[in-house]
Design a binder for this molecule. Structure first.
Ligand SMILES: Cc1cc2nc3c(=O)[nH]c(=O)nc-3n(C[C@H](O)[C@H](O)[C@H](O)COP(=O)(O)OP(=O)(O)OC[C@H]3O[C@@H](n4cnc5c(N)ncnc54)[C@H](O)[C@@H]3O)c2cc1C
Length: 510
């Protein structure tokens, strides 16, 4: 009998398991794929290690949301490249999105204009980011379900931030309009790219506060671990095992039945009993294999969000160092055309492994990942031949576009592979291959987001489909809230988190 069974060995699942195991609970993680990682995982090919989805860890500095995770489970440090920022390539200009606030303040006024409207918009975004990043780090919990949550949220936001809650119903378009910037195409183009990448939404619909956090993720800190996600997972799993946690890979869960105190997890390699269960998979999967009340509780959310799912395609390249050494920055975001819809190359993110990172690429080579958003429908119902052709064409298109940044990219590639929504469906089990959380709007996020506690005792949800949705930072924050809930109801007394011995739990700069 385990205290907690965690279904899904992606970041949300393993982060939750680590926290619980570190507090003395007996946990087990079931992962369907042959290795953990999910959408933040990796694969190896010809000496390269490619990140299959997430390439950057967000807010893993010592006082960040990710840093708090490392510290609380006793992972002392993970080496990596703390990015100084990245470059946004717009059709008519390039903008360096510096991590350092003063450099970014100068750059944005130079790039987009130094009018009263611009200054006022940036001020608002900075203020929202300051208050709500802090609230995230303090562990704010949404949706608010009772008085305790209200008090917690009020404390996390702090009295000085309370007036900003009036922006809860604003979209990014509202903020542009209020500052007379609705027709500023370059600015709108930059915001549209970042918003699609971080909250999966659009300028017209994305909730302003969530988008402000997305727009400022560089300030919170972006890091690519040495060896990419493979390097990161090595540390996480080693620590989980050291704490006595049990990870079963290649072991999909078919069904969970029973109730609080006596859940039965029916997996490929047998049945396990657990006091509580954490489903760290997309909500649609949790509904599919969970007990009846879970499916009932999730049904309204799943109906509402069915049209707000999206996919991704990624090109993986192993290239000689010389093909990418012409740029100082290793990460770039690219917009081809303001007038075309975003996705399918028109907004792509390019991530290059750091020079000298021998865990990501053999000597003299670099690993390159180019990702773009795509519609799921475009990849469904294809014959094998059409599918292969579509993948090849998209891969060629992305590499050709990326040559605006790296003119020689891919000429002598030793690896050139393409992932599509079908790839994600196959390797992460995500229905239709939909990745990230839902495309965020004011009607499906924050107070209306899928909660971690759906009212089924001892059954919890975690992952990028639950609040706050999207990305590694959301998985870390969600895992913290879920672990708190599990610990509060644990039959075994949790250990005081002292003997973990993390001296400093930040990603160290190379
Ligand atoms: C192309 C791309 C780029 C991205 N870039 C970034 C980035 O740079 N920074 C960032 O912060 N985020 C990024 N993200 C988002 C981030 O990767 C995800 O939000 C995050 O990894 C989701 O983690 P998760 O644990 O919620 O879900 P998942 O990663 O999907 O994990 C769920 C796990 O559950 C397993 N599973 C499914 N069904 C079962 C079952 N029945 N039994 C057992 N196991 C099961 C799956 O195999 C999977 O491993 C990116 C995503 C993509 C796709």
């Amino acid at each position: 009998m385990y205290d907690t069974a965690i279904i899904g060995g992606g970041l949300a699942g393993v982060a939750t398991a680590l926290r619980l195991q570190a507090r003395g609970l007996a946990t087990i993680v079931f992962e369907a794929h042959g290795q953990p990682g999910g959408c933040a995982g990796f694969y190896r090919r010809r000496g390269f290690s490619f990140d299959v989805g997430a390439t950057t860890l967000v807010d893993f500095g010592s006082d960040g949301v990710g840093g708090e995770l490392l510290e609380s489970v006793g992972i002392p440090s993970i080496e990596g490249e703390v990015l100084p920022g990245y470059v946004a390539w717009l059709p008519d200009r390039t903008v360096r999105l510096f991590r350092e606030p003063a450099a970014w303040s100068r750059e944005r006024l130079e790039a987009f204009g130094d009018t009263a409207g611009h200054r006022s918009l940036w001020r608002l975004l900075d203020r929202l980011a300051e208050v709500f990043w802090r609230a995230s780090r303090r562990g704010i919990k949404l949706p608010i379900r009772g008085v305790a949550d209200v008090v917690r949220a009020a404390r996390a936001v702090g009295p000085a931030g309370w007036p900003l809650t009036r922006y809860l119903h604003w979209t990014v378009a509202d903020a542009l309009r209020a500052n007379g910037l609705s027709d500023d195409r370059p600015l709108r183009g930059l915001l549209a790219m970042i918003i699609q990448d971080t909250v999966h939404g659009t300028v017209a619909e994305a909730p302003l506060i969530n988008a402000a956090l997305g727009i400022t993720i560089r300030g919170a800190g972006l890091t690519r671990a040495r060896g990419g996600m493979r390097g990161f997972w090595k540390h996480l799993i080693a620590r989980y095992r050291q704490l006595g946690g049990e990870l079963r890979v290649g072991c999909p869960v078919d069904r969970v039945d029973g109730s609080r105190g006596a859940y039965r997890v029916v997996a490929r390699r047998g049945v396990v009993e657990a006091d509580q269960v954490v489903a760290a998979v997309p909500a649609s999967l949790a509904a599919r294999f969970g007990p009846g009340p879970v499916a009932e509780a999730l049904a309204p959310y799943l109906r509402r969000d069915a049209g707000d799912l999206g996919g991704a395609a990624v090109v993986f390249l192993g290239v000689p160092d010389a093909e990418v050494s012409c740029q100082a920055f290793t990460h770039h975001q690219f917009l081809e055309n303001h007038d075309r819809p975003l996705g399918d190359g028109n907004n792509m993110f390019i991530s290059v492994s750091a020079a000298g990172d021998r865990e990501s690429a053999p000597s003299g080579y670099r690993a390159v990942m180019i990702s773009t958003h795509c519609e799921l429908g475009a990849w469904e119902g294809l014959t094998p031949e059409t599918y292969a052709t579509r993948k090849r064409e998209l891969g060629t298109r992305l590499v050709t576009l990326a040559r605006r940044i790296y003119p020689e990219l891919g000429r002598d590639a030793v690896v050139f592979e393409v992932a599509s929504p079908r790839t994600y469906e196959r390797f992460t089990g995500r229905p239709r291959g939909a990745v990230g959380g839902v495309r965020q709007t004011v009607t499906n996020s924050n107070q209306r987001a899928v909660p971690h506690d759906i009212g089924v005792p001892g059954y919890w949800l975690a992952g990028d489909g639950t609040w706050p949705g999207l990305g590694t930072v959301a998985c870390c924050l969600g895992s913290r809230l879920v672990a708190e809930g599990v610990l509060a109801g644990a039959r075994r007394r949790p250990r005081i988190p002292r003997a973990l011995g993390a001296s400093h739990a930040a990603i160290s700069v190379r």
